[in-house]
Design a protein around this ligand. Structure first.
Ligand SMILES: [Zn+2]
Length: 340
């Protein structure tokens, strides 16, 4: 016999386990107590609240969704909220955009109980009638991206225009969340395979005179103004969790996804002390963090999409979150905010 000595191995009470592990302690007079005692909490499934369908014109939507859902389901991702980049280019300001060409896409989404959509709006296209029409066709949120603002060296205050204010007022009245890519790293992110100064290089060529602090300030002004809109920051605003959680404390309608930085490769583990700190962050701000991956549904390989899911899920699983927190981050927060 080898006894499980808590003096040697540590106290299991400090590590969350699946609820059935606890049940076995007493069921059948404890016959199976300790069997599979290491099983951690299980998320049931994931809802990926940040993925993309690029250049959707002329695509066979049903095939794309089916292909992608198969990869997702293999990774226990049951539902996806997808950014629709309507128009000729993913980040093009298509001011003549009408929804007529996209009726089949919206119908496909409406008939797919596990796929939901954001409307992407270019900063030059605060199109209230398009927003209303897409809302009627079932979109669950709006995606804003500051890449074109940086590249055009446009002023970060563009969202204060009357047209944008009308759009935000509509989103607030209809409880439509906004997922917003606000800032951009200066450095490379070698680990995730991307180079330095994305967007900024072009912005500098166009004479940009401001940086991330100005973009953040303009964003936070809108967040403070529209308290009825849940604002979900993409990529943790490219800030540390120390700085991000300080913003959570100030702005109650601010959320963040887990895209990009909350990932770890198959052959890596999240090292101490980061793991312990991240666990505390997720447990403390369990209502403010949403599982998302920035996966790309079109123009991508199956192995890439699969890797993106595995690396993001692997990160979360390594934190050994409590059942309640894991459930909230994995799908519950998203389903509440987007009313899925
Ligand atoms: Zn994205």
């Amino acid at each position: 016999m080898l006894k499980f000595d808590t003096n040697i191995y540590g106290n299991p009470n400090n590590f969350p386990v699946s609820p059935d592990v606890e049940k076995r302690e007493t069921l059948d007079n404890g016959f199976s107590a300790g069997w599979a005692m290491h099983f951690p909490p299980l998320e049931e499934y994931f809802t990926d609240m940040h993925c993309h369908l690029l250049q959707v014109k002329g695509e066979n939507y049903k095939d794309t969704f089916q292909k992608f859902q198969t990869i997702a389901e293999t990774n226990r991702v049951a539902k996806q909220v997808v950014v629709l980049h309507l128009g000729s280019e993913p980040f093009h300001a298509d001011e003549s955009l009408t929804i007529d060409a996209y009726k089949p896409l919206f119908e496909t989404i409406a008939n797919n109980k596990n796929i939901f959509a954001y409307l992407y709006l270019h900063y030059k296209n605060p199109n209230l009638s398009l927003l209303k029409a897409c809302h009627q066709l079932g979109i669950k949120g709006v995606k804003l991206h500051n890449a074109p603002i940086i590249e055009d060296a446009a002023p970060p205050e563009v969202y204060e225009s009357q047209e944008w204010q009308q759009c935000f007022a509509y989103m607030e009245a209809n409880k439509l969340p906004v997922m917003w890519h606000v800032t951009q790293r200066f450095s490379a992110s070698t680990y995730t395979g991307v180079g330095p100064m994305s967007y900024w290089t072009k912005g500098l060529q166009n004479g940009i005179t401001y940086g991330n602090r100005e973009l953040l300030a303009a964003f936070l002004k809108i967040v403070a103004q529209y308290k009825g809109i849940p604002f979900i920051a993409a990529h943790q605003l490219h800030m540390s969790f120390e700085n991000l959680t300080a913003l959570f404390d100030t702005y109650e309608n601010l959320y963040s996804d887990t895209t990009v930085s909350c990932s770890i490769d198959t052959y890596d583990v999240v090292q101490e002390p980061y793991r312990r700190y991240y666990k505390e962050v997720f447990e403390t701000y369990k209502d403010r963090l949403l599982f998302g991956t920035d996966n790309i549904m079109s123009k991508t390989s199956i192995s890439y999409a699969d890797d993106v899911y595995k690396s993001h899920i692997r990160f979360l699983k390594q934190l050994f979150l409590t059942q309640e927190t894991l459930t909230k981050v994995a799908w519950q927060n998203a389903e509440k905010l987007f009313n899925l």
